[in-house]
Design a protein around this ligand. Sequence first.
Ligand code: ADP
Ligand code: ADP
Length: 212
Amino acid sequence: MIRVDNVRFGYGNAALVLDGVSLSVAPGEMVALVGPSGCGKSTLLRLVAGLEVPSAGSVTRGEGAETGFVFQSPALLPWKKVRANVALPLELAGKPDTAAVQACLDAAGIGDLGDRYPASLSGGQAMRVSIARALVTAPDILLFDEPFAALDEIIRFHLNDLILGLKVSRKFASLFVTHSLYEAAYLADRILVMGKGRFLGQVVPGIDPALG
Ligand code: ADP
Ligand code: ADP
C-alpha cells in the first residue's frame, strides 16, 4: 500500500534530509518510525503523503489510496461542533455522509460528543476527534506524527488501545512516528530505527523467546 524506493530529499538547496530511504507497508500493517529529533521522520511522512516530492527515488501508494494524517495538535476548528469538524474532509470532497461521521465518532469512542464544541473537550477527547476526522474518508493509509506526545500517560494508554483496535477493524496501512519505544513496541508490527537521513535497522517486537 505504501512503497518508498531509495528516496533522496532535501528542502530547497539545503543538505539532504533523506539519503536513500526504502520501505514498504502492507494493508493492515503498522510500522513505527523512531529516531532522534531532526533525523527526517516527519519529512518522510510528508513524502509518503505526497506533500513533498523526492529529488531521487520514488514513493508509490496503492491505486487511488486515500491518505489521512494525525498530528500532535488536533487542529480543530473552534467555531464548529465536533460533528462538523469530523465531517469536514467529506464536505471538502463534496461527499457529505452523516452516517459515516457518526460511525467514526463511535469508532473513536466519542459517539456522545458530536454536539460539543472543541473548547469544552479534554486533550484526550480532542485527539479522539482528530482521529475520527482522519477516519471519516475511510483512508487506506494513515500517517501518525507523534500524535500522543503531549498527552499524559494514562490517556496515552487508552489511545494506544484505540489505535490497535482501529488498525484491526479498519485495516489501514500506517506509519507511526513516536519517541516512545514502549509505544512503538506496543502498536507496531515492525519498528524502523532511523539515524540522520537513513534507516539503521529494523526491530520486530515479540515475546522474549526465553519466556515462551
Ligand atoms: P519534531 O522533532 O517534533 O519533528 P521539529 O522541530 O523537527 O519537530 O519540526 C517541527 C516543525 O517545524 C515541522 O513542521 C518541521 O517541518 C518544521 N521545521 C523544522 N525545521 C525547520 C526549518 N529548518 N525550517 C523550516 N521549518 C522547519
Ligand atoms: P524529525 O521529524 O525526525 O524530527 P524532520 O523531518 O522534522 O525530522 O526534520 C529533518 C531535517 O529537516 C531537520 O534538519 C529540519 O530542521 C529540516 N526541516 C524540516 N522541515 C523543514 C522545512 N520545511 N524547511 C527546511 N528544513 C526543514
